[in-house]
Design a protein around this ligand. Structure first.
Ligand code: ADP
Ligand code: ASP
Ligand code: MG
Length: 413
């Protein structure tokens, strides 16, 4: 007997047939005696459809109204899944985020969960019901509907698991676990039995969308047992775990993440004087544009070249802001490129191994790939390259770090 939170993503509930298969699966767990809280996403493609509807009316709708429309996708799925469960004799009740109640801050489109009232859920569980909760949504202190950012149903599931002290939070999706890299891009990608919270956090933040970043943050903070599994195939999936549980000799690189959502902007030949970085980035952040990587380089003529990256969706707006700043600062010129991609190698083993970045750079050079920006952290090296080389780069790095091969088992002594 365990309390399980099971989250089913968009493709897993993509049509009525799948919803009914998910209902059968959940019923199976219930019959084993487990208490089940299910979190569901909108049916696959539905959230994008809602975004299109909204932006056809108004290119930049107010974030509040955007959340009102976006939250409807999950509301449809909770009702359908509960009906499918009731139909097969498995009593179930659905709840929207605000009915639960999941309270968030008021940052529409990217709200953070502040508090979860578990009383309704507990009462239903005590009555032997399966509780079906809409992922990705909550309400703020004023009762406004909020959403948690794309992919946010993962976070709902982990937050519920933490609030309910569930035995495990199971993320069911269309792959059978977390892979060394996106299995849709590299054929030789391998499923990992375990990955540490820290590695998963870096992989998620560098573009592996198999789990939303905040879900991993939450799971790490509240020590939630988190597992990624395939909805319609049996298997152990991938356990997200603490580093101490890992073998001593963890692989140097555990995974490769990438994302195509970046664009870079460069201002060249600005005077090398104090305050330049803030004069450039101040207006960018006031325009509500998030900056990812930043590089500054001082030339011999005592001027500075300043490069930073933003989300590709913000590129045009960022170019406008940069154009104005460049003029104000008397820069030599400015330019930008939205056809770039970022590739990152991630692994806790990097802490204890030297030369990892060099191996990465050599592998890219051997393929004739130029590196435009480099950034590192303790367990990650990221490079920005031309987008057209992305897949080549990921494949080359995957084989350089021998990720297609089973790691040798090592035991602590
Ligand atoms: P869901 O709709 O179930 O939330 P997502 O599409 O958000 O599913 O996430 C699953 C997808 O994540 C997979 O289909 C896969 O293409 C992608 N993905 C990216 N990186 C990885 C990785 N390292 N391991 C597994 N899947 C990955
Ligand atoms: N439906 C939302 C999205 O497509 C949330 C989720 O699926 O996790 O982003
Ligand atoms: Mg997802």
């Amino acid at each position: 007997m365990a309390l399980l939170v099971q989250k089913f993503g968009g493709t897993s509930v993509g049509d009525l047939e799948r919803i009914q298969r998910v209902a059968e699966k959940v019923k199976g767990f219930r019959e084993q005696g487990h208490d089940i809280v299910v979190v569901v996403s909108a049916m696959g493609g539905e959230t994008n459809r809602l975004v299109d509807l909204a932006t056809t009316i108004q290119p930049h709708p107010t974030p509040r109204e955007m959340d009102v429309i976006l939250s409807t996708g999950e509301q449809v799925t909770i009702a359908l899944l509960s009906m499918a469960l009731n139909k097969i004799g498995c009593p179930a009740r659905s709840y929207t985020g605000s009915q639960v109640a999941i309270t968030t801050d008021s940052a529409f489109n990217k709200a953070r969960i502040k508090h979860i009232d578990t009383r309704n859920i507990r009462q239903d569980l005590d009555k032997g019901r399966v509780v079906v909760v809409a992922g990705f949504q909550g309400k703020d202190a004023e009762g406004n509907i909020t959403t948690l950012g794309r992919g946010g149903s993962d976070t709902t599931a982990v937050a519920l698991a933490a609030a309910l002290s569930a035995d495990e939070c199971q993320i069911y999706t269309d792959v059978d676990g977390v892979y060394t890299t996106d299995p849709r891009v590299v054929e030789g990608a391998r499923r990992l039995d375990k990955v540490t919270f820290e590695e998963m956090l870096e992989m998620a933040s560098q573009g592996s969308k198999v789990l939303q970043i905040r879900a991993v943050e939450f799971a790490g903070k509240y020590n939630v047992n988190l597992r990624v599994l395939h909805t319609f195939q049996e298997g152990p999936g991938t356990l997200i775990t603490l580093e101490e549980d890992y073998a001593m000799e963890s692989p140097v690189v555990s995974g490769i993440a990438f994302n195509r959502d970046e664009a870079k902007l460069t201002i060249k030949g600005v005077p090398h004087i104090p305050g330049v970085a803030s004069r450039i980035l101040g207006p960018v952040s006031r325009a509500n544009i998030e900056v990812d990587m930043i590089v500054q380089n001082v030339g011999e003529d005592q001027t500075t070249d300043f490069t930073f990256t933003v989300h590709r969706n913000d590129y045009d707006r960022a170019m406008e802001v940069v154009g104005a700043i460049a003029e104000e600062l008397g820069a030599r010129r400015y330019d930008g490129n939205s056809r770039i991609a970022k590739v990152s190698i991630v692994g806790v083993g990097m802490r204890s191994h030297a030369g990892v970045a060099t191996r990465m750079f050599e592998a890219l050079a051997a393929e004739g790939i130029n590196i435009e920006i480099i950034s590192t952290s303790e367990i990650k090296v990221s490079v920005v390259i031309a987008e057209k080389y992305l897949e080549l780069a990921v494949r080359a790095l995957h084989s350089t770090f021998e990720l297609d091969q089973e790691p040798v088992e090592t035991k602590d002594v």
